[in-house]
Design a protein around this ligand. Sequence first.
Ligand SMILES: NC(=O)c1ccc[n+]([C@@H]2O[C@H](COP(=O)([O-])OP(=O)(O)OC[C@H]3O[C@@H](n4cnc5c(N)ncnc54)[C@H](O)[C@@H]3O)[C@@H](O)[C@H]2O)c1
Ligand SMILES: O=P([O-])([O-])O[C@@H]1[C@@H](O)[C@H](O)[C@@H](O)[C@H](O)[C@@H]1O
Length: 545
Amino acid sequence: MAPHAEVDSASSNGDGHTNGHHQATPSAHEDLFQVESPNVVYTDSEIRSKYTYRTTSVTKNASGKFVATPKETVYDFKVDRKVPKVGMMLVGLGGNNGTTVTAGILANRRGLVWETREGPRAANYYGSVIMGSTMKLGTEAETMKDVSIPFHDVLPMVHPNDLVVGGWDISGMNLAEAMDRAAVLEPTLKAQVKKEMAQMVPLPSIYYPDFIAANQEDRAGNVIEGSKACTAHVEKLRSDIKDFKAKNALDKVVVLWTANTERYADIIPGINDTADNLLKAIEDGHEEVSPSTVFAVACILEGAPFINGSPQNTFVPGAIQLAERHNAFIGGDDFKSGQTKMKSALVDFLINAGIKLTSIASYNHLGNNDGKNLSSQKQFRSKEISKSNVVDDMVEANTVLYKKGEHPDHTVVIKYMPAVGDNKRALDEYYAEIFLGGHQTISIFNVCEDSLLASPLIIDLVVVAEMMTRIQWKASSRNGAETNEYRGFHSVLSILSYMLKAPLTPPGTPVINALAKQRGALTNIFRACVGLEPESDMTLEHKLF
Ligand SMILES: NC(=O)c1ccc[n+]([C@@H]2O[C@H](COP(=O)([O-])OP(=O)(O)OC[C@H]3O[C@@H](n4cnc5c(N)ncnc54)[C@H](O)[C@@H]3O)[C@@H](O)[C@H]2O)c1
Ligand SMILES: O=P([O-])([O-])O[C@@H]1[C@@H](O)[C@H](O)[C@@H](O)[C@H](O)[C@@H]1O
């Protein structure tokens, strides 16, 4: 891994709010591998590949039998190889996740080691699929053994150590104090990042009290004037993004919501159902437009990818249409960090093993501020929805076990228990029917240190979203179609689904929650961008000889 620039002194925007840290330009990306193929061309600035996408088209014949026809579509992909200088602006910077991910980047950038009861611990990016996992590149020509590479090296991605961090919070506490308030990290680590964190003070943010729990009001001392949406708020946030970009000499900014869970916004025809209606509703100060939707609109208009790490319906139809109109990237919803991540893997395993899951009981309690906010019914309801829908695709896909419309009982309970802090206790019971009237009961007790599980996902979401801004595609001339212009992926980044509980997808397209499928999509789309076939576990080379 190339060495990374040391942090310079913090930048300041003059009014006491500091944002981020100056960084030297990111280290040049060194490719770990080169693809030798007539379908792949490397230039100094780009990787161009011609990729044959193979699917199976299914129809029914006159007698009602399925007819499966293999189909090939050839795409041209183009990847910009220049790794830009990227800013990560967090909404909710002063929260448990915001302070933890910031401290984690500082610790990794400086290669910190700190003492704990179990002995010394070194900074790492465990829990990040991009920084902590690998993918199979292929098989070694001589030995036929698998060769795996770090996921981060499949494409020229930004290194999280190079991210310049800033953002907003309705709490004006500097990040060192906010880190103490969060009570997530070891004192011996906090002591080593305290000085830098103390220099970082979140920018004031917009605060519309009705959207988050009333128990959050005592935090709201760092707010922009106005308690409902208005165009001035959109313009102020756009100006904040511009200033952050200029002060830190950034090429790009990605904005991510890790602020409190909001209540759902009503979808109201004429108000937030179209892009024009949403912009008009903001101009008119309509009270049903949430802070997170105002942030989304500001980012879309500013051309900064915006990702929602919380479960509320930030992306009302008007926001999606606005993103499509501006070719801006959006993604969400709700980090998939612990209890739900386990569920999306376990349900996938059980149902695909032909075991009929009939009941899922998911209870958890936690004692952090997130739990305090979720102790309010409307905010809990947002989370209950995102935690409950995660099994739908897997159930609907198995018509052997489940009749149309049939699904397992599923309940979600969240309780606020201050004593356990950020160390959420998740208790799950999976109850299933097995062979000849038998049953299988799986009980899980899962202690999730929520912010230490969510923070690496914030990094993955930002790094992948930024990478997507450097990938373009067009239908290949080999399709016989007109060779149209290169363009970006659809505005709604469903490729982010592996990190999210309730993946947002382009309107009318299916939602995939099965964890293995989500990771496969991320892996194989990135492989296709360098002309490599999808990861296949067939290993015929080890079976046909
Ligand atoms: N494992 C996890 O931690 C996890 C997993 C999935 C989703 N989430 C979601 O991530 C979000 C953050 O979690 P957390 O544990 O960091 O919560 P937190 O309460 O510690 O942090 C949220 C921060 O947002 C700030 N805030 C609230 N409204 C704001 C606004 N309008 N503008 C700017 N800042 C605002 C608060 O002051 C607070 O500092 C929550 O919505 C939570 O549901 C967390
Ligand atoms: O662990 P997970 O289900 O992925 O996600 C967590 C929930 O279990 C928890 O109840 C909630 O407070 C957190 O914000 C997060 O959503």
